[in-house]
Ligand binder design. Structure first.
Ligand SMILES: Nc1nc2c(ncn2[C@@H]2O[C@H](COP(=O)(O)OP(=O)(O)OP(=O)(O)O)[C@@H](O)[C@H]2O)c(=O)[nH]1
Length: 194
């Protein structure tokens, strides 16, 4: 997610093809990408959509995206302060939408893109880092144009956080679950003692 022309498609295409092709068009699409993490294959579905200012369309689509995703990458351009301000608004909106929908917490990664254009920088790295620190998010600064590995790190980082989030939001056992686990323990003891 992020405002117009920050490089949402460029980052996605970099991950999928390892290439930077320059122009991407306005196609809304969900891409699948598989890679190995700790010896296991993980398939990531990435929803890349062009920025829209039509709030009537955007609001319902936004809720749909928030509900659909297990993690979010919010992108701004380091040369575009308005895009950075928009990321900090997006974080608040995602958090309040998740509260409203009563859904589980999901990790958010903030990405400052277009690092290669440092001579046109208007947002300092420290500002991105501070925003991440204050909002309990993670932060990367990358260039989709120059570097495949930094883009890969962003997606791998998100997958790691999603795994952590899944582990910490394990549902409580409930009465049946407790009975089941106790039976399992006692059954094991019985077998151990024979
Ligand atoms: N120099 C530089 N240009 C980039 C980089 N990433 C993307 N761009 C350029 O920025 C422009 C917009 O990139 P897109 O990937 O289409 O941006 P988007 O956020 O998907 O844009 P919308 O779909 O319109 O919302 C294109 O001209 C890209 O070539 C980067 O890291 N460095």
């Amino acid at each position: 997610m992020g405002t117009e022309s920050v490089g949402k498609s460029a980052l996605t295409v970099r991950l999928l093809t390892r290439r930077f092709i320059g122009e991407y068009g306005d196609i809304e699409s969900i891409y699948s990408h598989s890679f190995m993490v700790d010896g296991r294959e993980i398939t990531l579905n990435i929803w890349d959509s062009p920025y829209s200012e039509d709030l009537s369309v955007e609001t319902s689509l936004f809720e749909k995206k928030v509900q659909w995703a297990d993690g979010y990458i919010l992108i701004y351009s380091i040369c575009d302060r308005a895009s950075f301000n928009s990321v900090s608004r997006l974080i608040q909106t995602i958090k309040s939408t998740k509260d409203y929908l009563n859904s589980d917490k999901a990790p958010i990664v903030i990405v400052g893109n277009k690092r290669d254009l440092h001579h046109r920088r208007t947002v300092l790295s420290e500002e991105g880092r501070l925003l991440a620190l204050n909002t309990d998010c993670h932060f990367y600064e990358v260039s989709a144009a120059e570097n495949y590995h930094s883009v890969l790190m962003v997606f791998h980082g998100l997958v790691d956080r999603m795994k952590d989030a899944k582990l910490t939001t394990k549902k409580p056992l409930g009465f049946k679950g407790i009975v089941k686990s106790m039976s399992a323990v006692f059954a094991r003891r019985r077998t151990d003692s024979f």
